[in-house]
Design a protein around this ligand. Structure first.
Ligand code: IMP
Ligand code: MG
Length: 224
């Protein structure tokens, strides 16, 4: 699937497929170096992390194990309570293991901070996070991301695993959608279309500021 297959639904390509692959290879090399002496378990968070997990694991030289979790945030309308429900738990017992959580995006950070707390209570030898995309809101939560692909602005993105109402996950790039897709003239509130099941965990309400520029892998206008 590519831009031509979604036609006018696509507003803008933010991160082209080639740039995603380049960055994933860099992350894989970093993780390889950091875990050279370890037996590493990658834990992917379904469904959004499927693409990053598959590409990251294949770009790595170390033999890794892969496991999956599916979680959903309890929402009260438009606000996330930060209380998360496990839809699919890990198959593996992670006590004493080196675990790296692989996630598509960290926005408010509520989901990941809950997940980190939950997995930490199972006593892994180590527990770190690898996130493809980080929105500015994550800085306010105590979520320590060891490996970040790109810092992006606070706008709703799709592709490369990320969905809007379960669609657009199989686009090979990260992009934004045209307002008509959301059923109105307006783009959704930054961070997600409100009250959209499938857009995020129960349509979290998020603040509307733009990203602060982080050096390194912030997507600048030139790259969009
Ligand atoms: P958090 O708990 O606010 O960090 O929410 C993280 C989750 O919200 C991600 O795992 C995604 O499922 C969803 N999400 C947040 N922002 C976006 C986006 O821009 N596009 C698609 N899903 C998003
Ligand atoms: Mg996710």
């Amino acid at each position: 699937m590519d831009a031509s297959d979604v036609g006018a639904d696509l507003k803008e390509v933010l991160i082209p497929a080639s740039r995603l692959q380049e960055r994933v290879a860099e992350l894989a090399a970093e993780i390889d170096a950091d875990y050279a002496e370890c037996d590493l378990l990658l834990v992917g968070v379904l469904k959004g992390a499927v693409m990053i997990m598959a590409d990251l694991a294949r770009a790595m030289r170390l033999p890794v194990e892969m496991d999956w979790m599916a979680v959903s945030s309890y929402g009260s309308g438009t606000k996330s309570s930060g209380v998360v429900r496990i839809l699919k738990d890990l198959d593996a017992d992670i006590s004493g293991r080196h675990v790296l959580i692989v996630e598509d995006i960290v926005d408010s950070g509520l989901t990941l901070s809950w997940l980190v707390g939950n997995l930490r209570s199972r006593q892994p030898a180590s527990l770190r996070l690898c996130v493809l995309l980080r929105k500015p809101g994550a800085a306010r939560m105590d979520v320590d991301v060891a490996y970040t692909g790109f810092d992006i602005a606070n706008e709703f993105v799709v592709g490369y695993g990320l969905d809007y109402a379960e669609r657009y996950r199989n686009l090979p790039f990260i992009g934004t959608l045209a307002p008509h897709v959301y059923g109105g003239d307006q783009a959704p509130a930054p961070g997600g279309p409100p009250d959209q099941a499938g857009a995020g965990p129960e349509g979290l309400e998020r603040p509307g500021e733009r990203a602060g520029e982080h050096p390194g892998n912030t997507i600048s206008d030139g790259e969009r």
